[in-house]
Design a protein around this ligand. Structure first.
Ligand SMILES: [Zn+2]
Length: 464
């Protein structure tokens, strides 16, 4: 009774908020469902015939979870997934309540698998509720300081959670991130490690944004034979001799092609070679992460290859929209490490770029915007053909970009629509405009561009 009422209420609220065009990431349906039946998540999760997997970490959750869902479908499974941006408990509740029949049963229950992307700090709570078969940890970067405090706080939280997992839980861990790889020290169950072996992808030295530079066990400063980006690389500790473990799934070759890249992954069951419609080493990491999680779930190589080959860009992750004869790419800016990767990727060919940068400071963006000073915007110096700055903190961003050597006076326009019009007008026909917004700005940007490109509002058809 209680369960049915909760499901009904969640569905009604979801339908109403879609009708009111409140956006796809609304937390309300899940919140309502959880209030009405606090047991909803464990009850419905237990009815998923193939159990659940969680995807957590600072960067790459959305794209990786999307890849894993594609792989699961090719393996004949029917994934249940939460919407991007709803990665707290209520997002999982909304996903489950929205996928069952009124009586709380799933259609094709034996094929159902939960693939939930969860916030770093919420992961232990969600894990207790859904009792996952596998948990993927992507990486740990400094994100929104006002929400989480130091990176070390999250690392400690994760170690405690992993210690509490039963031995049946398989972990998929990034071998190249020392804080993530070291979770294998405390895991009771199996571990599938992934990483990048292709040393030609090395990015040089540690960036401003490198966070986990010290050994969690002995406190020594880690040494790197190769740094890919941030603190990801081939690390070792000179103090206690811990070192990057050999990955079970490794990016053995990566070549960038027009509008995409070819990635070869070495796995214990053979090679996986795919062409992705995404670029950037961080997306190769996402493909390796998705493969590791699929291996942890016992999915065969063929389905992994087919699933990755069918991947499309998630909204705000190199999705390409056609507007007025220009290609517009929206790339979410979340944190210094993520933005550094975006800048490296888009400047790789050396041609001057047309840019629009949006900085907001809502809770979902991070209230403290000092992180923009940790981004290596200097890499763009001399490589910008046009630049429009917008968002509530546009002037802060304009100042940062001025110090990065991107001109004395960037165009500042607070109104998102006008800013996009200016940026599009400054981009020649047939050219590409890169729009780099923080999270809440992305919701506005995507809705405006969605209308202009005839693609529709973002929640229509994105999340699943
Ligand atoms: Zn050490």
């Amino acid at each position: 009774m209680r369960l049915t009422a909760a499901i009904l209420a969640a569905r009604t609220v979801a339908a109403l908020s879609r009708g009111l065009r409140r956006g796809g990431g609304t937390a309300l349906p899940g919140l309502v469902a959880e209030r009405l039946d606090p047991g909803l998540v464990p009850t419905l999760a237990a009815r998923l015939g193939q159990g659940s997997a969680l995807v957590t970490g600072t960067n790459g959750k959305t794209t990786t979870a999307r890849m894993v869902r594609g792989i699961c479908r090719k393996a004949g499974l029917r994934p249940v997934a939460n919407r991007e941006g709803s990665n707290m408990m209520r997002g999982v509740a909304a996903a489950l309540a929205g996928s069952v029949r009124w009586d709380g049963s799933f259609s094709a229950p034996k094929k159902r698998i939960g693939i939930f992307e969860v916030d770093e700090a919420t992961m232990p709570l969600v894990a207790r509720s859904v009792e996952p078969r596998a948990v993927l940890f992507t990486n740990l970067f400094r994100d929104q300081l006002d929400r989480y405090g130091e990176v070390e706080t999250v690392a400690t939280l994760w170690r405690a959670a992993v210690r509490s997992f039963p031995a049946e839980v398989t972990l998929a861990l990034n071998a190249d991130d020392p804080a993530v790889a070291s979770l294998s020290d405390v895991a009771l169950g199996k571990v599938v490690l992934y990483g990048v072996d292709d040393e030609t992808q090395a990015g040089g030295s540690l960036e401003h944004a490198a966070d986990a530079r010290w050994c969690y066990a002995c406190g020594s400063e880690l040494e790197y034979a190769v740094v890919f980006y941030g603190h990801l690389g081939h690390w070792r500790c000179p103090g206690c001799h811990r070192a990057r473990p050999t990955p079970d799934v490794a990016v053995s070759a990566l070549t960038t092609a027009n509008d995409g890249m070819n990635v070869t992954l070495r796995t214990l069951a053979g090679e996986v070679s795919v062409r992705l419609p995404l670029v950037g080493l961080y997306n190769a990491y996402n493909a390796a992460a998705a493969t590791a999680l699929a291996v942890a779930l016992g999915i065969e190589t063929k389905a992994i290859e087919q699933g990755l080959a069918g991947v499309t860009a998630a909204f705000g992750r190199q999705e390409r929209l056609a507007v007025d004869g220009r290609e517009v790419q929206v790339i979410l800016a979340k944190n210094p490490a993520g933005v550094n990767q975006v800048i490296r990727t888009i400047t790789a060919d050396g041609a001057p770029k047309h840019l629009a940068v949006f900085l907001n400071d809502d809770i979902a963006d991070g209230r403290d915007i000092s992180w923009i000073w940790d981004v290596d915007f200097e890499l763009l110096s001399g490589g910008v053909a046009s630049l429009v700055v917008s968002g509530r903190r546009a002037w802060d961003m304009a100042l940062r970009l001025k110090y990065a050597g991107l001109g004395e006076r960037p165009e500042v326009e607070h109104d998102a629509k006008l800013a996009l019009r200016q940026a599009i007008a400054a981009t020649p026909e047939g050219g590409t405009l890169y729009v780099i917004p923080t999270y809440t700005a992305m919701l506005d940007v995507r809705n405006i561009l969605g209308r202009w490109s005839g693609r529709g509002a973002f929640w229509e058809g994105d999340a699943r």
